[in-house]
Every structure is written in structure tokens, then in C-alpha cells.
Design a binder for this molecule. Structure first.
Ligand SMILES: C[S@@+](CC[C@H](N)C(=O)[O-])C[C@H]1O[C@@H](n2cnc3c(N)ncnc32)[C@H](O)[C@@H]1O
Length: 281
């Protein structure tokens, strides 16, 4: 088992990671992943973030001036990302909703992209299903958050107690809005196989994990995905994020000793997140 990609930790960008709150988000290690790409492969090649999800890697790449293609089969998530970056700080404030409104929105038949953002931002564990604050204190906490955000115009910088979760989430979205180079961002909603003809690029691939309950909206066949990676690696640099890949054509290129994803670790075979690459490539 080799771990051949280098990472000089001193060069990792200071400051907070960015991206939407999202199931399986790479936010905890996105700064490291992008730094690994920079240190090992430079900044000249375009990166295809094919399973882009909440955009943590895409946003970090943009911040580093690396050309990036943001894709996710699920247009719901890329639409939310693009909506946030196209709006301003005042609009962000409209995203906080009370417990009552949360359930009204949740049970709507046709949700708008703003509705979906409200559910995401005000939900517990980013699942968009249950409200952020428990029933007993939800009104009080919502009122307090509203006062801080709307009256005092504050998203962050105060003591981060439970009550201020909503404001902290808005603060994260505000960092997305401050991204530059967004006009260079290409966004698509294809199945990964749509990129089969791409050459001379870096593929950063963060697919649904093996051996875990699929949390996303689509079925995923890992064997054909691995076959596709092997093909693509003949003309591109292919990097796959996973806790474990059982296919013997892959090897571990980097292991994140401390960072964990947002998925529970119970079902994982390795407790560390890793980057895998195709052998002899
Ligand atoms: C582990 S998540 C990616 C998380 C992302 N890196 C982040 O930081 O937020 C996996 C993503 O793959 C997407 N997906 C599932 N099947 C796909 C397919 N066949 N092609 C492209 N994307 C797919 C899901 O919608 C989901 O957003």
C-alpha cells in the first residue's frame, strides 16, 4: 500500500472551508484535497468535479484560481448552489424560517429552489426533513436568530452557542457569495459517463460510497463506475474519494488521518477518508 501523493500542510489555505451544507459534503477536507491537487498536479489543468454535490471542492478550486467544471446528476443541488451565488446578503436573510413555516414548505407539492434552500438551511443534520431546533425551544430560538440576523445584521463573530446555528449557516452561504471567477464556472447535470470523451484533465470523483446505504436519489453501480475510471485514467488524472475501494486496480494515494466525513462511521471499513488512484498510472 503506497501513499504517494504529497501534501505540505504548511501551504494549506488559512480560513474556513466553503460550500453548501450537504450529506456527504467534503467540506472538512476540501482545503486539503485542493492543496494536494495543486502540489502534485499544478494549477494548469481543468478539474472536473463530476459528483460535485454541495460544491465544497468546486468552491475551493475556484478560490485557488483553478478552472473547474461543476457537475452533479441531481440538478436540485447545483441549482441551490448557483442560486446562492447569484443573490446578495439581504436575500440570504429571507432563508431563515420558523418551525411552522418549515413544515408548510416541506409538505408543499412543488417546491421552488428557494423552498429547498430553506429546508436545507433550517434542518437538523442537513437532511431537509426535521427542523433545526427541538419543538420546546424552537420559537424562542427562531425569534432570537431573527433578531440577530435581521435587526442587528449579524451573521457571525459572536459566541457560537446552539441558538446561533442559523446565523452561522448564513455566514457560510455568504462566503460562497464572495467567490470570484464564478463566470468561469461550467455547471452541468449529467451522469458521469457523459464525460467519457474528455482528455488532459483532472477528474476529482466523489461518488456515493461502497457498502453504505445510498443516501442519494439515484442507483449507483460501482463496478461499472470503476471500469469507467480505469478507461478515463488512460488520458486523464483520475482521483477518487472514498473510505474504501475493493477493486484491486485501485491503490491508496493519500489517507486523511484525522478528518472524517459527515457520514456515520459505523458501516465503513476504514475510518479514514482516502484518495484512490488507478495503479501504474
Ligand atoms: C458523496 S456526494 C458528493 C459530495 C460533494 N463532494 C460535496 O462536497 O458536497 C455524491 C454525489 O453524487 C451524485 N450522483 C449520484 N449518482 C451520480 C451519477 N451517476 N453521475 C453524477 N452524479 C451522481 C449525487 O447526487 C451526490 O450529490
Amino acid at each position: 500500500m503506497s501513499h504517494f501523493l504529497k501534501l505540505d500542510e504548511k501551504k494549506i489555505r488559512k480560513g474556513k472551508p466553503i460550500g453548501l451544507p450537504y450529506i456527504g459534503s467534503k467540506k472538512k477536507i476540501s482545503k486539503k484535497i485542493v492543496e494536494i491537487i495543486k502540489q502534485n498536479f499544478g494549477t494548469g489543468l481543468p478539474v472536473y468535479d463530476v459528483f460535485g454535490g454541495g460544491g465544497a471542492i468546486t468552491a475551493e478550486l475556484l478560490l485557488n484560481g483553478i478552472p473547474v467544471h461543476y457537475n452533479d446528476l441531481d440538478s436540485n443541488i447545483t441549482e441551490m448552489f448557483m442560486r446562492v451565488v447569484s443573490q446578495d446578503r439581504e436575500w440570504l436573510k429571507t432563508l431563515i424560517v420558523s418551525r411552522d413555516d418549515f413544515f408548510i414548505i416541506r409538505d408543499k407539492k412543488n417546491e421552488t429552489v428557494d423552498d429547498r434552500l430553506k429546508l436545507l438551511i433550517n434542518s437538523f443534520g442537513n437532511t431537509s426533513r426535521s427542523y433545526l431546533y427541538g419543538e420546546k425551544w424552537s420559537d424562542e430560538k427562531y425569534n432570537l436568530a431573527t433578531r440577530i440576523i435581521k435587526e442587528h445584521d449579524v451573521f457571525g463573530g459572536y459566541k457560537r452557542t446552539e441558538t446561533y446555528k442559523t446565523a452561522t449557516r448564513l455566514e457560510q452561504l455568504e462566503r460562497l457569495q464572495q467567490l470570484e471567477r464564478l463566470q468561469q464556472l461550467e455547471v452541468t447535470n449529467h451522469d458521469y459517463k457523459a464525460f467519457s470523451n474528455v482528455e488532459n484533465a483532472i477528474f476529482y470523483l466523489d461518488p456515493p460510497y461502497e457498502n453504505t446505504k445510498n443516501l442519494y436519489n439515484f442507483k449507483f453501480d460501482h463496478q461499472s463506475f470503476y471500469d469507467w475510471c480505469v478507461e478515463m485514467a488512460k488520458k486523464n488524472i483520475v482521483i477518487v474519494s472514498s473510505y474504501v475501494i475493493t477493486d484491486p486496480r485501485f491503490e491508496i494515494a493519500f489517507e486523511f488521518k484525522k478528518a472524517h466525513g459527515t457520514l456515520g462511521r459505523g458501516q465503513q471499513t476504514s475510518k479514514y477518508e482516502r484518495l484512490y488512484m488507478i495503479k501504474n498510472n
